[in-house]
Each structure stands twice: as structure tokens, then as C-alpha cells.
Design a protein. Structure first.
Length: 136
């Protein structure tokens, strides 16, 4: 019969089990944090893509406004997302060109305050950009 008064093996076994549970808990926590970081990096990337689409929207809006000073805006697909252009008159030849880029669940907006300049004959137009900024 074994002597149960000297439980050296049981103490070692319990110690190993406690260390294993602790290490497994740390591993699960690290895995969960890593998964969250991967999701967040995708959100940031979607925001950057939406910003690029908004930037392209404003560029397209300026080109269309230069070709037709009565252009009021529109929407279309661009870069795998949606581009919405809005033109608002600010008085005289000044316009606010708003480009909104949407990609996945991210939306970014860029506003450009511009002035349309025409030559004396009125057949050549230039666009002067007064400001270009990301909207809040």
C-alpha cells in the first residue's frame, strides 16, 4: 500500500495544472487582442479608401464644373465605392464642391471652395481653388 502522508507528486501536479491554466488564459487573451487589432486595421484601411474616393470625387466635380459651370453634382461608382458630388453656389463665381466617398461602412467628405474664372469671350474657364479640406 502507498504512503499518502508524503504527497510530493500531488503538489507538483497541482502546480503544473495552475501554470497551464494561467498560460492558456494568457494565450486566449493575446489571441482576442490580435483579432481586435486585425478588425481595427480593416476599419482604418476602409476609411483611407473612402478618403481616396472622396478626393477623386472632388477632382471629378472640378473637371465637370470646368466643362459646365451649371453642373450641380451627381453620384457614381468609383474605386469600388460610391462617389457623391454636390455643388453649392456661394455667390458670384464661388462654389463649394463637396465630394463624399463611401467604401464598406466608411464615409469621408472633402470640401473644396473654388472660384470659376472665365476669359473675356467666356469660352475658356479656369478653376481657382481657395481651400481644400476634409469636412468634419
Amino acid at each position: 500500500m502507498k504512503d499518502l502522508k508524503n504527497p510530493k507528486g500531488i503538489v507538483a501536479l497541482i502546480t503544473v495544472l495552475v501554470v497551464m491554466v494561467t498560460l492558456v488564459s494568457i494565450g486566449i487573451t493575446i489571441s482576442a487582442v490580435g483579432n481586435d487589432e486585425a478588425v481595427l486595421s480593416g476599419v482604418v484601411e476602409d476609411g483611407e479608401t473612402a478618403f481616396s474616393i472622396a478626393d477623386g470625387c472632388v477632382e471629378e466635380g472640378l473637371a465637370r464644373l470646368k466643362a459646365d459651370s451649371a453642373y450641380a453634382g451627381g453620384s457614381f461608382a468609383l474605386g469600388g465605392g460610391i462617389c457623391e458630388i454636390g455643388i453649392t453656389g456661394l455667390g458670384g463665381a464661388d462654389r463649394l464642391v463637396r465630394g463624399q466617398g463611401g467604401y464598406q461602412n466608411a464615409i469621408r467628405i472633402i470640401d473644396a471652395d473654388v472660384t470659376i474664372k472665365s476669359n473675356d469671350a467666356g469660352d475658356a474657364k479656369k478653376i481657382k481653388i481657395n481651400s481644400w479640406k476634409e469636412a468634419d
